[in-house]
Write a protein that binds this ligand. Structure first.
Ligand code: ASP
Length: 586
């Protein structure tokens, strides 16, 4: 705690404030009974508030009445106690505790509230079923890991605000009840009572509003803002999440990246999270996908992908030759000296399939050639050329996928991560951060036979708009240890270009007008060049805290089901309520 509490009848000090230099003074503290121990006469209570613990001691001879009261105290009862801060005997010092050299010899207590027996212990770090924790979140929040996570989260957000305030950004709120925004996920809808049959959408991001703020001349905007996407929850994703959203006028890529490096650099420094110093390196999308099989590569370890097309030009092995003839790729990784049993190799093949690949070729390099089900289909020269390309030597395990470029990359990228984890190659104590840039502007949706914006359709591009396949987008992602922690872009500030992009992704003028008319309209009145970025606060805090799951850094998260075990939301509503909204359930 930075500031002592204002003295009142409950407390005049935080528990953790009572260190050795306070010995001999009087103090009054308040909090929860963390633990109680009876030691033949003496009663010890560890009292807990947000700052930490202090030991209270109750003497039967000097204060018999209070000692009797202490006897009745149970875990999580709420109390206030005052007395003298006294040094502990040397053999009783607890070096693990800030207040471990002293104890408070209690002269007065007030019991403020009783607690029922908690449904799980709060005084140890033990594992507790998550649903139980979420159902009794108030109790769970009393536990040190949750308190630490929320303190960390506050520090992250406070640092962001400081840096951006210093740089003339204005914190501006944007609406929650609005129209669908084009981030590509499913919307949450809110029925409108005053216009039965019409719905608000909760924002997937404040994208269009922040662009309007730039057109509105506000120059620099940010917001720590909740966004809503109706998607299945996962460890690193939940339906409502918090972004640092930011936009700047008259800027190019370098300006936005430099701003975010200043913000995130300050955040990492404030919380003691060691990343390489700025400027952070930039890697193109093509390189990230080519070398690591991912547009958010974990660059802390090797196992890189290599293209084997040249080594296999003219091969008679049909599995490879057909794919190459169809414009696909053959790529491989050298997994190093490994002896994996057949069952594990089958598991890896299954993993490659789960990521869309048709199969996986494995081979152990031996002095006489390959030990592999496909060895007999390849010539010695082809095997030698692959070995050379992968720098594979005796004993190495080689893994190869032949497929279209995207599937091969994805499958090998997934294998690389799996093997990195399995073989302990990922240095979890070291961090790497970099930008990924030069994304393709559009991805082809083969099923629907049209282009889709890789980032979102307000992103500007470089190249010839008449050749969509070759366009690069002016977007950028920030990647920390293989997790995308943020992304943004320079926008289209010219109406004609924005309209052309809508056309390319199959949004005709009428639909564009209906969905985004308010932005298109504003673009007619002199929009400055602008761009911005959004950072995922939940994910950033969980990575800093080293927690696997973002629910561990959110005070009141939803469960994976999307439901909230605490409040019981979502819940059915009464007929009258539905009627008022003009709704009937099917
Ligand atoms: N609106 C984008 C998102 O939420 C970020 C941006 O382009 O600034 O991902």
């Amino acid at each position: 705690m930075k500031h002592p509490p204002r003295p009142n009848s409950y407390r005049d000090a935080w528990c953790a404030e009572l260190t050795a230099d306070r010995a001999g003074s009087q103090a009054r503290v308040a909090g929860w009974v963390h633990r109680r121990r009876d030691h033949g006469g003496l009663i010890f209570i560890d009292l807990r508030d947000r700052s930490g613990l202090v030991q209270l001691v109750f003497h039967p001879e000097t204060a018999p009445e209070i000692h009797r009261q202490a006897h009745g105290l149970r875990s999580e009862d709420v109390m206030s106690a005052s007395g003298t801060v006294v040094r502990r005997a040397p053999e009783n010092v607890n070096p693990a505790l800030k207040t471990g050299e002293i104890e408070l010899s209690v002269a007065q207590v007030e019991i403020l509230a009783d607690s029922a027996t908690p449904p799980f212990p709060l005084d140890d770090g033990g594992d507790v079923d998550e649903t139980l924790r979420l159902r009794h979140r108030a109790l769970d929040l009393r536990r040190a890991p949750m308190r630490d996570a929320l303190e960390l989260r506050h520090q992250v957000v406070a640092t962001i605000r400081d840096v951006l305030d210093e740089r003339d950004f204005l914190e501006i709120e944007t609406p929650f009840l609005t129209r669908s925004t084009p981030e590509g996920a499913r919307d949450f809808l809110v029925p409108a009572r005053q216009q039965p049959g019409s719905f608000y959408a909760l924002p997937q991001s404040p994208q269009l509003f922040k662009q309007l703020l730039m057109i509105g001349g506000l120059e620099r905007y940010y917001q720590i803002v909740r966004c809503f996407r109706d998607e299945d929850s996962r460890a690193d994703r939940t339906t409502e999440f918090t972004q640092l959203d930011l936009e700047m006028a008259f800027v190019q890529e370098d300006d936005v990246l430099e701003t975010m490096e200043a913000v995130m650099g300050a955040v990492f420094a404030a919380v003691g999270f060691d990343v390489p110093s700025q400027p952070w390196p930039r890697m193109t999308f093509a390189e990230a996908v080519g070398r690591f099989g991912s547009d958010r590569p974990d660059t802390r370890f090797g196992l890189e992908l290599h293209d084997l097309g040249e080594a296999l030009a003219g091969t008679g092995f049909q599995v490879f030759s057909r794919v190459l003839a169809d414009g696909g790729v053959v790529r491989g990784i050298n997994a190093g000296r490994r002896e994996l049993p057949r069952s594990e190799l089958d598991g890896l093949t299954e993993l490659a399939r789960q990521h869309g690949a048709r199969g996986l070729v494995w081979a152990f390099v031996e002095p006489a050639g390959w030990r592999s089900p496909v060895a007999k289909f390849l010539t010695a020269a082809e095997i030698a050329a692959i070995n050379e390309r992968l720098q594979a030597s005796d004993g190495d395990l080689v893994l190869i996928v032949a497929d279209d470029q995207i599937r091969a990359g994805k499958a090998l990228g997934a294998l690389r991560l799996e093997l990195g984890e399995r073989f302990g190659l990922i240095p979890h104590d070291r961090h790497d951060i970099r930008w990924v840039v030069e994304f393709p502007m559009f991805l082809r949706n083969e099923e629907e036979g049209r282009w889709e914006a890789e980032h979102h359709p307000f992103t500007a591009s470089t190249g010839d708009l008449e050749q969509p396949a070759t366009l690069l987008s002016r977007s950028y992602d920030l990647v920390l240890d293989g997790s995308e922690i943020g992304g943004g872009s320079i926008r289209n500030h010219r109406l004609d270009i924005q309209e052309r992009i809508f056309e390319l992704i199959g949004i005709g003028p009428e639909e564009a007008q209906a969905r985004f008319g308010f932005l298109l309209d504003a673009l007619r009145f002199g929009a400055p060049p602008h761009g911005g970025i959004a950072m995922g606060i939940d994910r950033i805090v969980s990575l800093i805290a080293g927690r696997e799951n973002i629910r561990e850094v959110i005070a009141f998260p939803k469960a994976t089901s999307g439901g909230d075990p605490l409040t019981g939301a979502p819940a059915p509503v009464d007929d009258p309520q539905l009627r008022e909204l003009g709704l009937r359930l099917r």
